[in-house]
Structure formats: C-alpha cells, structure tokens
Design a protein around this ligand. Structure first.
Ligand code: Y43
Ligand code: MG
Length: 480
C-alpha cells in the first residue's frame, strides 16, 4: 500500500476534468494537481517549449514525491510524453492513447472526429494512436483554439460560449462522424454545448475518464495503490492567480478548493539526472540531528551516513564565531578528509534575555565535557529570575553542503524557529534543549513532537526545505 500522491499536470484548469474523474474512480488516492496558468495556453506554442514547461511542472511535482504522473493535458502529452516516459522511473500516463482507444471502441461508422488545440492537431497524435491499433479508422481533426480561453475565463455557460462552440464545430456537422474525441482536457467543461451542436447520435469521448481507468489499472499492476478506506486529500497548485482557479475548480469539483500559487520558472527544463552517488555523509556526531536530517532524505532513496560510520576521523574544531562559519568548517573539513560530498549543520539556541547566548556555544554552554543535561541545567539557572513573558528564544540551524576540495562552491541555507524557554522539561523526544523549548502555536515543547512533526516547524526543518529546493541542481553543477 502506497500513500504517496499521484501527480496531475495541465496548462490550466482543464486537467481538473481528469482529477474529478480520479476522485470518483479512485477515492482512496492522494492527489496533487499543478496547473501552469501563468503560461497558458500551451496549444499554440512550439513543441520544444511545451516540453520544457512540462518538465518544469514535473520537476516541481517530483519533489512532492509523487508515485505516478498523469499528463492531464493533450498538448503536453503530444509534445512530451515519450520523453517523460523514457527518463522518469515512475509510471507516466498521458491522455491521448486512452482517448484513442475509447474512440475505436465506440465508433461504428469508423469515422472519428477529434477536436483539439493547434499543438495537438499539428502533432497528429490522435490519428497516429488510432492507426496504430486500427488502420481502417478515418480521423478528421479540427483545431479549436477558441475553446480553452472560454473555459479559463469561466465563460462556459454564456451565450458567447454557445455561439463559439457552434461556429467551431460547424465543419464536423453533417458528416458520418459518429464519435468525437474531446482532445483537450478543457473541453469536457463545455460538454453540454458540444453535445447540443453535434446531436445525440454522436458519442463524445472524454479522454480523462479513460485515462483514469488506465491509472487505476497501473496502480494495481505496479502494486502502488493506496489502502482502502484511508482519508485521501487533494492539493492544488497554480502558477497563475489562485482566485479564479479556486472559483472554477470549486464549482467543477463540488469541493472547496484553496490552491497555492507557485513559481516554477526556475525549475530545470529537463530531467534532473540521477545522483552520481546514493550516499550523503552528514558531518555530525549528534545522533538527534542525524535522525532529523535522514528523515528528510528518506523518500529520496538516498542513504545518509554520519560521522559514527567513520570513527577513525579526527575532530574538526568549531572555532568560528557564527553558525555559518562553524558549519563551513565542519562541511569543508570532513569533505576534504572523506573525499565525499558532506552536509554539516551548525545550530544553537539564542535566548533574548541572555543577549542571544548560548548561540554558537550551545553545545559547550556548561563548559568542556558538556552534555545536554548540564547545558539545560545552566540555561534554567541563568533564567531563574526571568519572568515567562521575557523568556523568548529562537533556534537557528545553518546547513552547509560541501563538495570535496571546492569550499568556494558550498551551498548554504538557514532556518529558525521562535519559542519560549519553560522552567520545567516537557516531553522525551528530540534532543538537546528540546524539552525546554516551548512553541506557543502548538502548545507543546519540541520534545513532545515526533521527528516529522518537529521537522515541519523546526529551524532544521526550515533549512532542510530550502536545501531540498537547491541541492540537486547544485550537486549536478560542473566544476568549471
Ligand atoms: O533541534 C534542536 N533541539 C535541541 N537542541 C538543539 C537543536 N539544534 C541544536 N541544538 C543544540 C544542541 C547542541 O547543544 C547545539 C548544537 O551544537 P552543534 O555544534 O551545532 O552540534 P553538536 O555539537 O551537537 O553536533 P555536531 O557539531 O557534531 O553536528 O545546539
Ligand atoms: Mg558541535
């Protein structure tokens, strides 16, 4: 059983017709949808550009750890599907072949109409997909560039929409076409208008419905379906304005949609190659830290080693005056010794009432031969006279990723979390000062959280999320 989400991509809201069907056929599955509305429409764009944009969407979704990709856009399917399939290790499903298959099944006159975007028609993908299976099918394709804008502007119920649909479909009327493929995932939103113009004798094929049936089959084939009865959720992202997206999506899905806006223009425009190594060394002797960092890489298929795996190495002295300096010393120092990429964390507690102390001295606050208990005892003693309201503090984590012998290329990120130091310890999880670090928003100390819960709000979690966005590209960079 696999609870990772299925990713759906489209140039806009059209892919929601596929999502709607997925929620109907696969209610146990978690779903993540991304619509690239900022760059809509895809239909008229050159195929190479559609392919680049599609990879940017895909790379964004891969970081959300999707288990399967559905290209819920005909234009992107035509331009990028074979490339995606060749380069990704997760199953990839496009909308064209399932739609073509359904059309062959439905037609009696063996004459099938296809309405689609300019890009899809130009790619001839539907005709090719049908002819691959049945050479006798006659396919008449028609570009319908005016339909996507109608849907994206939420005009699909207007008189204008009715007129545009009628005009667009005119060349297909009074032919012996008995089956019409809605070859763009936006079109099912106009289905009543299309059916009305074509008449009830013409079967409309909704590629999305067919696609989800294939997704369902593949989930079983690969053994990656979600468990029955789990409460699933759907997350929505748009590169455009969330407001209009939410109106259309909520209406169409019958569900309160609150999409998040994302910018994907910095995402790589092709596959990010597999890492040259599957091992990362975390240069820390602190098992608490290593556990939190390893948790973050768990879904990545990367093995995280720590200094415990290299007991013979000499210590790197933390002689810096800032977290960044110390993290660099550790990362660069151990990367040189190990001749491997190394990730180091330098972190600490900064208490306002103590002028930011213990700061970089957090690990040796109680002096040499320090341990957590002694450090905590000293902290509480120092704050004995300080009233609750003045016990505000923050944790800071600075992460430095270093490649061997290239200190000038270090990748540096930081994160913080704010809270208050309590007088009595609470909780047994975490490490270091966690039992005394109270987070008001949660009503708990950090030691009362699971590793995942702590990562969701902690300084280290925040830094790791920044790292997550950057390290693959950094890792691949040439040494020039
Ligand atoms: O999430 C945290 N929860 C509780 N305490 C924490 C946390 N993050 C840092 N801290 C404290 C522990 C240590 O007293 C100091 C870090 O010192 P720092 O030198 O970075 O780490 P460390 O000596 O424990 O291990 P190492 O240098 O081998 O990575 O701040
Ligand atoms: Mg240390």
């Amino acid at each position: 059983m696999n609870t990772q989400p299925i990713g759906f991509i489209d140039s806009g809201v059209g892919g929601l017709t596929v999502v709607k069907e997925a929620r109907r056929q696969l209610p146990n599955e978690n779903i993540i949808f991304l619509g690239d509305q900022a760059r809509l429409p895809y239909g008229p764009r050159p195929a190479a550009q559609v392919r680049a944009f599609t990879w940017q969407m895909v790379n964004f979704l891969l970081r959300q750890h999707i288990k399967m990709l559905v290209v819920a856009c005909n234009t992107a399917t035509g331009a990028a599907l074979s490339d995606l399939k060749a380069k990704l290790s997760i199953p990839v499903v496009g909308v064209i072949v399932p739609g073509a298959r359904a059309a062959i099944r439905a037609t009696h006159t063996r004459h099938v109409g296809v309405i689609a975007t300019v890009g899809t028609v130009r790619s001839d993908a539907y005709a090719q997909a049908m002819h691959q299976k049945a050479t006798d099918i006659q396919v008449t394709s028609l570009a319908a560039p005016k339909l996507v804008p109608l849907v994206e502007s939420n005009e699909m119920h207007s008189a204008v929409a009715k007129r545009v649909v009628a005009e667009t479909l005119r060349p297909l009327q009074h032919t012996d076409i008995d089956t019409l493929v809605m070859g763009c995932t936006h079109y099912p939103l106009l289905k009543p208008l299309i059916q009305n113009v074509m008449g009830d004798d013409v079967t409309l094929i909704d590629s999305g419905v067919q696609t989800v049936s294939e997704v369902s089959m593949l989930l079983d084939y690969f053994g990656i379906a979600a468990a029955p009865g789990q409460t699933s959720n759907a997350q929505f992202y748009t590169t455009g304005a969330a407001k209009l997206f939410n109106v259309i999506a909520s209406d169409w899905l019958g569900l309160a949609v609150a999409a998040k806006h994302v910018d994907i223009t910095d995402e790589p425009q092709t596959v990010v190659p597999k890492l040259p190594t599957d091992t990362i060394v975390v240069a820390s002797k602190n098992p608490g830290k290593v556990k939190e960092i390893a948790a973050m890489f768990a879904t990545e298929g990367v093995t995280v080693k720590s200094l415990a795996d290299y007991p013979e190495l000499p210590d790197v002295a933390e002689t810096g005056t800032t977290f960044e300096e110390n993290a660099r010393l550790k990362a660069d120092g151990y990367a040189r010794m190990l001749e491997l990429p190394v990730l180091a964390d330098d972190s600490g507690l900064m208490v306002d009432a103590l002028g930011g102390q213990p700061g970089v001295f957090s690990a040796r606050y109680a002096g040499a031969g320090h341990n957590d208990a002694a450090n905590n005892a000293k902290l509480i003693a120092e704050l004995a006279e300080v009233p609750d309201a003045k016990r505000t503090a923050k944790f800071v984590s600075t992460l430095v990723f270093a490649k061997p012998n290239q200190p000038e290329r270090d990748l540096v990120v930081s994160g913080t979390v704010s809270g208050r130091i309590v007088g009595l310890p609470q909780g047994h999880d975490g490490f270091g000062y966690d039992p005394y670090f109270y987070v008001p928003a949660l009503g708990k100390t950090l030691a009362e959280l699971s590793p995942t819960e702590k990562n969701a709000i902690s300084h280290r979690g925040a830094a790791l999320r920044k790292l997550d966005q950057k390290w693959r590209a950094w890792y691949q960079e040439d040494e020039s």
